[in-house]
Write a protein that binds this ligand. Sequence first.
Ligand SMILES: Nc1ncnc2c1ncn2[C@@H]1O[C@H](COP(=O)(O)OP(=O)(O)OP(=O)(O)O)[C@@H](O)[C@H]1O
Ligand SMILES: [Mg+2]
Length: 263
Amino acid sequence: MPNPEEVVFPSRRERFEDRRKEGQHRKLLDEFFDHATLLAVSRLVSRGLFDAVDYPISTGKEGGVFRATKGEEFRAVKIYRISNTSFRHLPPYTMEALRREASARNFGGLIYAWTRREHTLLGRLKAAGVAVPEPYGHYRNVLVMEFIGNADGAAPRLRDAHVEDPGRLYEDLVAAIGAMVRKAKLVHGDLSPYNTLFFEGRPILIDVAQAVEVDHPQARELLTRDIHNYAKFLARLGADVDAAEFLRAVGIESVGPPTEVTG
Ligand SMILES: Nc1ncnc2c1ncn2[C@@H]1O[C@H](COP(=O)(O)OP(=O)(O)OP(=O)(O)O)[C@@H](O)[C@H]1O
Ligand SMILES: [Mg+2]
């Protein structure tokens, strides 16, 4: 196995694009790369999923996303924090799905199940033709996926991107969410211009672990909220999108628990 600290802190220090951030990297190492996580990272390295972690793209309360290198290519590595408390405050519909999937009762077990879930759902979405990062593998609290971006850096979130053609964005969103609902039979449940990357003029949906099946009791409500988030954003861009029409276009009629026919 490679030396775990070497993977995250390669001796070729120039990997870190901004030398002034060295101090922050020590902090990151403490916050994200606890011993168990370092071991998980080096396990993935020995499985050939990536060679080294380069720099953080985004760090939040529940986890961080890092750029990694694999040969000439880039990867995105998402790490869920094990020592995290806000995770406990997930909406009940997600906790319930997670508990079902986690065989372990402890918190670490739940996080590993959550990581596996994100990997599985990304695979289902990719197979259905939805624009999401391709999942490459996972181990414990670490997920490896396609890096959305290029040598200049990660793609911006849709929220921060310059959108030339809001009409095409609307069409792309209808296609992506439509395939998600009709083919993958999933409702994302946390869609917004924050959980969407904008790369080469097209939206890519991310952060899918909390997605639910289309027949989930709350699926309709979640899809409605997701669509309203985008409709508001599109309106600000000057594209006048009717939310009801948007919902029809993505197939809301096939979402929700089966209704009992009475009488
Ligand atoms: N595959 C990827 N390629 C490039 N950048 C990515 C990728 N996945 C995630 N990111 C970046 O990392 C950020 C956080 O990712 P994500 O939303 O999946 O994690 P999160 O834990 O929910 O974080 P947050 O709470 O900030 O939403 C994204 O906003 C994006 O900037
Ligand atoms: Mg997110």
